[in-house]
Design a protein around this ligand. Structure first.
Ligand SMILES: Cc1cc2nc3c(=O)[nH]c(=O)nc-3n(C[C@H](O)[C@H](O)[C@H](O)COP(=O)(O)O)c2cc1C
Length: 222
């Protein structure tokens, strides 16, 4: 064979080998990049999972894994305002404790009505039905101070339902008397419940109490 042809064939073979090697190396590189991307995805997904878990299981209040009821009695809205703040902060179910009878809108008439009920140790019938109360772990229980006591419908509630082993977190609004002796009364009616440190708010400050409510909830340490 002509020497020139042999050289040409060798040169061609070298070029083909070079192209094959170059293609092989490129393919290898792509695979490696893909693998790295996949690994990153797994890490990212794993991180997300942790972040999500910490959001649902930990959180600021530590109450996320508990079933919460915020139950309140309120006639003129102050206790309801505080109940709404609690609900905004901790979530859970918000329920107004209502009676079959309606209380007077007139302040002086309401004072007389409430005093009469207290003197006769009345148990006004409840319209609110809590047949799923078993489900709850924590019950925020709010009421206004009426004549240095709880409104009588709150007694009806405490006598109709068994809150044993549940945590009761009381809150009150008042003209200045705070809880009076109502914590003892709750303890007497529900001796097997855990009663947490309550929050007392002036009725006139209810609208501006969100920070105070937040601080109190953070201090509860659930
Ligand atoms: C019938 C009645 C009795 C009250 N008795 C007291 C009391 O003994 N001490 C007190 O500090 N405030 C008393 N207050 C004021 C309420 O506790 C206060 O206005 C409360 O924030 C009302 O809550 P509500 O708007 O959720 O109904 C009384 C109010 C009413 C209507």
């Amino acid at each position: 064979m002509n020497k020139k042809i042999i050289v040409l064939i060798v040169v061609l073979l070298v070029i083909i080998a070079g192209v094959v090697i170059a293609l092989f190396l490129q393919k290898n590189n792509e695979n490696q990049e893909n693998n790295e991307n996949n690994e990153n995805k797994i890490v990212t997904e794993a991180n997300n999972e942790v972040i999500n878990n910490s959001e649902t299981e930990g959180g600021e209040t530590g109450m996320q894994d508990k079933k919460i009821l915020i139950l309140y009695f309120s006639q003129s809205g102050n206790t309801q305002t505080v109940a709404n703040f609690i609900h905004e902060i901790v979530g859970g179910d918000l329920v107004r404790l209502e009676t079959v009878k309606t209380y007077s809108d007139n302040y002086n008439d309401l004072l007389d009505e409430a005093q009469e009920e207290k003197n006769s140790n009345a148990r006004p019938e409840l319209k609110t039905n809590l047949d799923n109360i078993e489900e709850y772990d924590i019950i925020f229980l709010g009421y206004p101070n009426w004549w240095a006591d709880m409104p009588m419908p709150v007694y009806t509630f405490l006598e109709e339902y068994d809150l044993s082993q549940k945590t009761i977190v009381p809150f009150v609004t008042s003209g200045g008397s705070g809880f009076s002796n109502t914590i003892s009364s709750i303890r007497e009616k529900q001796p097997n419940a855990i009663i947490e440190e309550g929050l007392s708010i002036y009725g006139s400050s209810a609208e501006n109490s969100k920070n105070q409510v937040e601080q109190w909830i953070n201090q509860l340490g659930f």
